[in-house]
Design a protein around this ligand. Structure first.
Ligand code: 5GP
Ligand code: ZN
Length: 136
């Protein structure tokens, strides 16, 4: 299932070149064109789904299994010190390409520190209200 105007679908079809690190029937793993750090890769399911809301559960689970396998191997090969696994959903969360993908970002002890954010100081009442909304 391919979407004609999707850049990642074009990469999967081979219409746009990419540095492909791994491929099987369901996934293609490419190097990110503007890496957050050396070795930044993206797991792309070959079928087009916009995000985690849309992708079938087993395909998302398979991407996570593949992430575990690949970062284990890449950590040795890159001699990195850790990994961020990042997956953005919708523009408000920073998603710029609407084809589900998982970022594998190697981290180096002496590298830049990414993914810092300002921690909010919420009141106990505010925390109660939010907890009440999402608690199962
Ligand atoms: P998002 O912001 O949607 O979570 O991540 C999209 C990622 O795709 C970005 O890190 C961006 O650098 C990468 N990207 C965008 N266009 C291309 C491309 O044409 N080729 C490759 N290899 N990566 C791309
Ligand atoms: Zn696509």
């Amino acid at each position: 299932m391919i979407k004609d105007d999707c850049i990642f679908c074009k990469i999967i079809k081979g219409d746009i070149p990419s540095r492909t690190l791994y491929e099987d029937d369901s996934y293609k793993v490419i190097m990110d064109i503007e890496p957050a750090d050396k070795g930044h890769a993206l797991i792309l399911p070959k079928d087009h789904y916009a995000d985690l809301y849309e992708i079938p559960e087993d395909l998302a689970a398979g991407a996570t299994k593949l992430a575990k396998k690949l970062i284990t191997e890449f950590t040795t090969k890159l001699n990195c010190d850790g990994y961020n696994i990042l997956q953005n959903n919708k523009e408000a969360a920073g998603q710029t390409v609407s084809h589900y993908h998982v970022h594998l970002i190697p981290r180096y002890a002496d590298g830049q520190k990414l993914f810092r954010y300002e921690h909010l100081k919420l009141t106990s009442e505010e925390m109660d209200e939010i907890e009440g909304k999402i608690k199962k």
